[in-house]
Design a protein around this ligand. Sequence first.
Ligand code: PRT
Ligand code: MG
Length: 212
Amino acid sequence: MQNPITIALSKGRIFEETVPLLQKAGIEILDNPETSRKLILNTNNKNTRVIILRPTDVPTYVQYGAADFGIAGKDVLMQHGEMGLYQPLDLEIAQCKMMVAVKKGVDYQKVSSIGSRLRVATKYPDIAKKHFAKKGVHVDIIKLYGSMELAPLVGLSDAIVDIVSTGNTLQANNLVPVEFIMDISSRLIVNKASLRLKYQTIQPIIDAFSSL
Ligand code: PRT
Ligand code: MG
């Protein structure tokens, strides 16, 4: 009999881009998380279930083995750390860029020049700290949980570090991207003990994902 498998996903873009990957591995999800309130979704295989989490909670469930594997953005993984997680594949889904942005008209070179202190609002303090340390720019990091775009508009910060995809959100809020930090995509993360104990069930799924 096949080992029971729990897969951790988040709603929205990651879920949508993961459905076709799971189909290649023969897994069909029977409920739609956008219309159902269920947090545990059934699949066409009674030994395989999908749990729906906030994106930032996916690595935690996988790390502790409450989920055998999951899919999470590089942004989320860098903030979480890699403890207990095996990352066999970059799935190249949910692609975007981590950028620094400021209010239109602000002279970024000037406000970020060495010797000055830049106030940076972000959901990604570790990524932001590392980036500015490498440039030798002194920063005060202001941790936010969402709507970073608002911070420079109301004087909370000089700049933000955020994810940019189309650029429409920045533009709609009179902000401009001024510095590229890194490309972001989503990765497969696997609990190390699960991979060992359920190798015969999990490895074929990884193989199906990697053959795409
Ligand atoms: O929405 P929630 O607060 O629950 O969390 P989230 O926004 O982190 O989740 P979700 O599902 O939107 O994103 C999951 C993963 O998708 C992230 O961890 C990223 O790795 C990746 N991803 C890809 C993105 C985007 N594109 C993206 N555009 N995550 C967030 N955004 C947001 C961004 O923060 C900004 O507010 O969309 C806005 C910018 O989009 P554009 O197209 O206007 O530039
Ligand atoms: Mg979102």
